[in-house]
Design a protein around this ligand. Structure first.
Ligand code: HEM
Length: 140
């Protein structure tokens, strides 16, 4: 009887943990807007330190880039935002971004997330949601 009660208890605990982890959005896991803003600011710093990547941003309105990227990360993470920027194809066309530059930019985003204290497994989830955009961004 005792063993049966313990088994029932264990099953409830396991189910509880499972629903807890699956109901938590990536947005919450990241730490919400303050951490998304921190990641974006760190990312802009990383870009400004990179001799090559920064060339693409010479003519850009960085305040706009910041605002649209925050919205986009928020939406991709399942947060309560709306993306009001242009499509990835429209934005990156005529930039001739190479695969190496794309990979380098991903490295800069990883640096930005590390500096914002985001756990690696959480970083990987965000990267997996951004990765499908690659084809819309490179060689355009
Ligand atoms: C997954 C990777 C990337 C994502 C999610 C992303 C996202 C964005 C977003 C949301 C914007 C703002 C759109 C708007 O203003 O309406 C933007 C603009 C921009 N992106 Fe990307 N981007 C990525 C990769 C890259 C790479 C690899 C480069 C260059 C090496 C790049 C260069 C730029 C530049 C220069 C702008 C500003 C365009 C302007 O001045 O209007 N992006 N990107």
């Amino acid at each position: 009887m005792l063993r049966h009660s313990l088994t029932v208890l264990l099953v409830f605990l396991l189910l509880g943990c499972q629903s807890l982890s699956s109901s938590r959005s990536l947005f919450d896991e990241l730490g919400g807007m303050p951490v998304i803003e921190k990641i974006t600011d760190n990312f802009i710093d990383e870009i400004s330190f990179d001799q090559q990547i920064v060339q693409h941003f010479k003519e850009s309105d960085i305040d706009r880039f910041r605002a649209k990227l925050i919205e986009q990360i928020c939406v991709e993470a399942g947060g309560p935002c709306t993306y009001s920027g242009d499509s990835m194809v429209d934005v990156h066309t005529k930039m001739n971004i190479t695969e190496a530059e794309f990979n380098r930019t991903v490295d800069l985003l990883i640096n930005a997330m590390n500096k914002a204290g985001v756990a690696h497994r959480t970083q990987n989830k965000l990267l997996a949601r951004l990765a499908p955009m690659r084809a819309d961004i490179i060689y355009r």
